[in-house]
Design a protein around this ligand. Structure first.
Ligand code: SF4
Ligand code: F3S
Length: 367
């Protein structure tokens, strides 16, 4: 148990109320699978630390991962992230481009060697010497190889950087591949998703800033606090799955009643992510609760590899963690929790509670 201590919050980022800031730190603690007592420590790290410099490389991508970070609110996430880190180099946001941009990257890397966090967005083409994605006439894969050894930590954000994603889908004409296939001599933190939940990215950075070490990772390099459980374990439609009640077609009676989307191709049973508990857009939504099957966007070998509407391979079925069994009348006993719009706070806390109950990693089959 972390000791409670007084925290000087004079460094609360401008534009954010003290109340929102404390709430934000509590959400982050819960998101990392830590007890609420760690919130003051996170707050202290945020307010005391010199902002870690970040170099953000963009390869073959759609900018969706950057967009998801910059378009959140409550609290103003763009403000927060830009106050927490020093985003010194970003190919999407830089005002310069090409040779100007490269000169700037070299200067930032040289001034901050061993101190900066390298964030990579997009997959890296390696076919034909990597000529299919270049900056200032240099293959971006060369820039990655040059930059990564000088970074303090490396994060691959999104499914393209984590697994190859859309650009690597068959027949993969550019030889697009993941960051950890290129940088093999040091750990790469994978935050997959298309796009990933921005809170998972921020929690990872905050964990590093607070504890000066990487979070616990699974065998695929994902933070366990975010990717330790199957979507299927926390889905509010799970009671219908267990009761054998499935939507057969989009718009049919079962679909409108909120029944399980397995027969419409839901990949929740083979996808590890915290979407049903953390949710999106600060309004408590995620794909399955608005009626779309999960297509496994964050899972290697599932999203972008399996056909969209083919049935999942439910190899890792585990009991539901937070929803009661279905009622005989077709209702789902516990789903009111989700229907009430639990949002990020309760959702993140549920993840934390789930972690403390024990989790299963599909690669190791370990509890
Ligand atoms: Fe939810 Fe999909 Fe599992 Fe059905 S198959 S319970 S919709 S995650
Ligand atoms: Fe992606 Fe499935 Fe979550 S499609 S956003 S992993 S619900």
């Amino acid at each position: 148990m972390a000791k409670k201590r007084a925290v000087n919050l004079s460094g609360v980022p401008p534009g954010i109320s003290r109340r929102d800031f404390i709430k934000f730190c509590s959400i982050m603690a819960a998101g990392m699978g830590l007890p609420p007592a760690f919130a003051p420590r996170i707050a202290a790290a945020i307010t005391a630390s010199k902002r870690p410099p970040v170099v953000w490389l963009s390869a073959q991508e759609c900018t969706g991962c950057t967009e998801t970070l910059l378009r959140t609110d409550h609290p103003a996430f763009a403000d927060l992230i830009l106050d927490l880190i020093s985003l010194d180099y970003s190919e999407t946001l830089n005002s310069g481009a090409g040779h100007q941009s490269e000169a700037w990257r070299k200067e930032i890397v040289s001034d901050n060697e061993g101190k900066f966090i390298l964030v990579c967005e997009g997959s890296f083409p390696v076919k034909d010497g990597g000529i299919y994605c270049q900056i200032a006439g240099r293959p971006v894969v060369e820039i990655l190889r040059e930059t990564a050894p000088k970074a303090a930590a490396i994060i691959a954000i999104g499914s393209c950087a984590s697994w190859g994603g859309v650009p690597s889908a068959s027949p993969n004409p550019t030889g697009a591949t993941a960051v950890d296939r290129i940088i093999v001599d040091r750990p790469v933190i994978n935050i997959p998703g298309c796009p990933p939940n921005p809170y998972n990215f921020l929690s990872t950075v905050l964990y590093y800033v607070t504890f000066k070490k990487l979070p616990d990772l699974d065998s695929r390099g994902r933070p366990r606090f975010a990717y330790g459980r199957l979507i299927h374990e926390n889905c509010e439609r799970r009671p219908h799955f267990d009761a054998g009640r499935f939507a057969e077609q989009f718009g049919d009676d079962g679909h409108r009643k909120g029944w399980c989307l397995y027969k419409l191709g839901c990949k929740g049973p083979e996808t590890f992510n915290n979407c049903p508990t953390l949710r999106y857009n600060d309004v408590g939504v995620w794909p399955v609760n608005v009626g779309h099957p999960c297509f496994g966007c964050s899972e290697q070998g599932v999203g972008f590899d399996e056909p969209l509407f083919s049935p999942a391979r439910p190899t890792y079925i585990t009991p539901p963690t937070q929803f009661a069994k279905a009622r005989p009348d077709g209702g789902a006993g516990g789903s009111t929790l989700a229907a009430a719009g639990v949002g990020a706070v309760v959702g993140a806390a549920a993840v934390a509670a789930g972690v403390s109950l024990g989790k299963k990693d599909k690669d190791h089959g370990e509890e």
